[in-house]
Design a protein around this ligand. Structure first.
Ligand code: SF4
Ligand code: SF4
Length: 429
């Protein structure tokens, strides 16, 4: 499906934003278990110091992203789950004093176990927005052979350009991180998927692959620029003609997909011992100067918008992520978290939901061959079991159905409600 790209910031180099005066660090920023706090109010912390962790395997620790003092505890709505999560507030001392980084003398000599340990300790999660802990994704269950690794540089959502800029400005680190994954999983094939609207990134990485000696190992596959090409299931279908089984994962068909910002962070964690404390965020839409910013995690969204000259429009809404899959965020004091790739400020127009006219456009648009109109209808009627029978779990919330709906039915919002009800029911069984 073709959607307007609106990549306003494709030519905007990554710009570091000044250190915030205070950061808010949610203790749950990943799919899986939340962290427990390792500090208390009044404690002094250094940048990169671990301040939250868990003994659970499916978890990623969190770190202080500025040096200073733990000045408060608070609660935020956790982005991956929509549930309230405890958070730590750090007031910066303005010095940005770091913990001592433990960079290995011979990173190439690290064992797979040591590499996975470093990735875990750095708190890495999938930075495309999925926030699944990276060390877990790189530890397939025994007996599951991963034959193909795909580096996902598609970035098909309109407006977002953070991954595009990461490929252009941190290309060596992106490829170095990919090579670490190759060492961990020993796949037969490593592909780099990039949409053809990023010809400069394709060209740049092609040259780097040769210069870094990866010509025999990595293959770039340019793909048509089409929404939702970057979604894992679409990518696997297009690239390998393989389908993920219903309710399954790419690893069930021998594939693991990683995002380019994640592999850059893998390089930093393994080669430099650097915890994940900052990320690239596209700030775009109706702001005066849309930009790509390098931002410390925990920085309030308001600071990013102010740095870009403020909101340049009337009635507006702020979306975390892109216009298709993003989540509306009314609170501008909400912090940038590990999964924040974009802050989109949109002019909002009141839209009235109408009755379904059975036009079938949502069926044609759905890349998973679901029946989105039925999912919305079942949810409205509270018939969540029917949603389950209609394979709601296979919906990856790409938003294509809602985008084409002439009746303005917020189908994805209904789907999210049904999924959340089903999760609650499963938890109480
Ligand atoms: S959001 Fe809509 S179009 Fe996308 S996978 Fe789900 S049901 Fe299909
Ligand atoms: S696109 Fe909208 S109006 Fe058309 S069938 Fe789907 S839900 Fe109904």
């Amino acid at each position: 499906m073709k959607v307007p790209e609106n990549k306003l910031t494709a030519e905007s180099p990554i710009e570091p934003i000044p250190l915030p005066e205070k950061v808010i660090i949610p203790l749950h920023q990943n799919i899986g278990a939340p962290c427990e706090t390792m500090v208390k109010r009044g404690d002094k912390v250094l940048t990169g110091q671990k301040i939250g962790d868990s003994e659970r395997f499916v978890n990623a620790p969190v770190h202080a992203t500025v040096s200073g003092e733990i000045s408060a505890t608070t609660t935020v709505i956790n982005p991956p789950t929509g549930q309230p999560a405890a958070a730590l507030v750090i007031t910066s001392d303005g010095k940005d004093e770091w913990v001592e980084l433990e960079a290995p003398e011979e990173p190439e000599a690290l064992s797979v176990k040591e590499i996975l340990g470093k990735i875990r300790e750095a708190g890495l999660v999938g930075l495309g927005g999925a926030t699944f802990p990276t060390h877990v994704k790189l530890s397939p269950p025994e007996g599951k052979k991963i034959d193909t690794v795909i580096l996902n540089g598609c970035e098909c959502e309109p407006y977002i350009t953070s991954d595009h800029r990461v490929m252009l400005e941190y290309g060596e680190k992106v490829l170095s991180g990919l090579n670490i994954i190759r060492k961990v999983l020993s796949p037969d094939n490593v592909y780099i998927a990039i949409e053809d609207n990023k010809a400069d990134a394709i060209d740049h990485l092609e040259k780097l692959i040769v210069a870094m000696g990866f010509k025999e190992d990595f293959k770039i596959i340019p793909l048509k620029s089409k929404y939702p090409m970057g979604a894992e299931k679409t990518l696997l279908n297009t690239l390998l003609s393989r389908e993920v089984p219903i309710g399954g994962l790419p690893l069930d068909i021998g594939v693991i997909v990683h995002n380019v910002s994640t592999t850059k962070a893998i390089h930093d964690a393994v080669f430099e011992g650097r915890p994940f404390v900052e990320r690239v965020v596209t700030v775009t839409g109706v702001v005066k100067n849309p930009k790509n910013l390098l931002v410390r995690l925990g920085t309030p969204l308001r600071s990013l918008i102010d740095y870009c000259g403020g909101i340049d429009g009337k009635a507006s809404e702020v979306i975390l992520g892109g216009p298709m899959m993003g989540i509306s965020q009314p609170d501008l004091d909400f912090p940038v978290t590990k999964g924040t790739s974009c802050v989109l400020v949109k002019e909002s127009r009141p839209i009235r939901e109408q009755d379904c006219i059975s036009c079938g456009r949502c069926l044609e648009a759905c890349p998973m061959y679901l029946i989105p109109t039925m999912l919305a209808k079942y949810t409205k009627a509270g018939r969540y079991d029917e949603c389950q029978k209609a394979y709601i779990a296979d919906c990856f919330e790409c938003g294509a159905c809602a985008y084409v709906c002439p009746a303005n039915i917020p189908i994805v919002q209904y789907i999210k409600v049904a999924k959340s009800e089903l999760i609650k029911r499963a938890a109480t069984k």
